[in-house]
Design a protein around this ligand. Structure first.
Ligand SMILES: [Zn+2]
Ligand SMILES: [Zn+2]
Length: 360
């Protein structure tokens, strides 16, 4: 597993939580996609399970480290079996539960429960499977880790079914909820978790982190500037720089549409809905571009002090909402139209050349 880029404060917090005699069993990792939320959950799993952790190693004598609570052994060590399996994404006790039918467990008398690999929410049958799983001992880990991602896809009924397990998970279980929309989770779920906000990472940290991963300096600097604080996105760009070119084109289109009249926005929403029917991933790339566009406008507005900060924040919120809608059963076109309508209208006084230059 590569070193996590940024988030020194979160890592410190996780280390503290893992070192406690009774580690936290329910985490809520809230923040934008691509910032490293999942890696942080996995880091917690490694901290808890690393065999270099006092008392964790095979055959470790209990109390061996008791006299030196802050041992010199770095945890996670990255070398032991547990660290390696988690790093490679193949640990049998680290499970990701998302939309689809992972862990699906129909009710005993429920005949005709069909598999639903394409479902877009996390269903109650999957939560039932989770509860069933955590009642059993892990295969080999000291703490089994279940990552629910994205947690905002839990339906209300599924979320309610999860409550008791979140509140009193078996001692060998940690549940990590990952979401970019923590406000859309029901309060009873949120209140049972230790919430950790995963914020965008400063550009300089991303740049140096990429260089440490062997990415050439010019490219590292360029993608760090383009990724809006999201190391995951920076790594994608570094792997395929073409994505950035596509993004520059998308951003330019966003600019035109943001300055266009309402009827043009409706036309565009219709085109997006049509594209969504054919290829969802294209529309998600477009939503990412819109998000980057408004984030940029937000920085600009903050600098100029007279910008429409509230309007832009509303626009960013509308994007998160429409993403959730598109994952669910909502009709694409009205959802997209609503999003476009909640975008503020860009005035032409923007410094177009200067900004275009940064994306050239
Ligand atoms: Zn280890
Ligand atoms: Zn099912």
């Amino acid at each position: 597993m590569d070193e996590i880029i940024g988030h020194a404060d979160v890592l410190r917090e996780l280390r503290g939580l893992a070192e406690s005699a009774d580690p936290v069993h329910a985490l809520l990792l809230a923040g934008p996609a691509g910032t490293g939320r999942t890696l942080l959950a996995l880091e917690y799993a490694r901290l808890l399970n690393c065999e270099a952790r006092p008392g964790n190693g095979p055959g470790a004598a209990p109390g061996l480290f008791a006299l030196e609570p802050s041992t010199s052994t770095a945890v996670p060590c990255g070398q032991c079996r547990s660290c390696r399996l988690i790093g490679e994404g193949v640990h049998p006790d680290v499970i990701t539960l998302g939309p689809g039918d992972t862990l699906c467990k129909p009710r005993p008398n429920e005949s005709g429960h069909e598999r639903h690999p394409q479902s877009r929410d996390i269903r109650i049958c999957q939560v039932r499977g989770l509860i069933d799983l955590v009642a059993r001992y892990p295969f080999e880990a000291r703490y089994r880790m279940i990552i629910i991602d994205p947690a905002d896809r839990l339906g209300r009924e599924a979320a309610n079914t999860l409550l008791k397990t979140l509140e009193e998970p078996p001692g060998h279980t940690v549940i990590a909820l990952v979401t970019e929309a923590p406000d859309s989770l029901i309060e009873t779920v949120v209140s049972r978790c230790r919430r950790i906000d995963v914020r965008p990472v400063p550009r300089a940290e991303i740049e140096s982190g990429l260089k440490r991963r062997g990415i050439e300096a010019v490219l590292a600097s360029q993608v760090a500037g383009e990724c809006h604080g999201r190391p995951g996105r920076a790594i994608d760009y570094a792997r395929s720089p073409d994505l950035m070119g596509d993004r520059a084109r998308l951003l330019e289109r966003c600019r035109k549409i943001a300055a266009a009249k309402t009827s043009d926005r409706f036309t565009y929403a219709g085109e997006l809905a049509e594209r969504f029917r054919r290829d969802r991933t294209l529309v998600h790339a477009e939503l990412n571009a819109w998000e980057a566009f408004w984030e940029e406008q937000l920085q600009l507005a903050a600098r100029q002090r007279d910008g429409d900060v509230a309007g832009i924040v509303e626009a960013l919120r509308a994007i998160v909402l429409v993403r959730a809608d598109l994952m669910g059963q909502v009709m694409a076109r009205p959802a997209l139209e609503l999003m476009l309508l909640s975008f503020p209208t860009l005035t032409l006084a923007e410094p177009v050349e200067e900004e275009l230059a940064t994306h050239a």
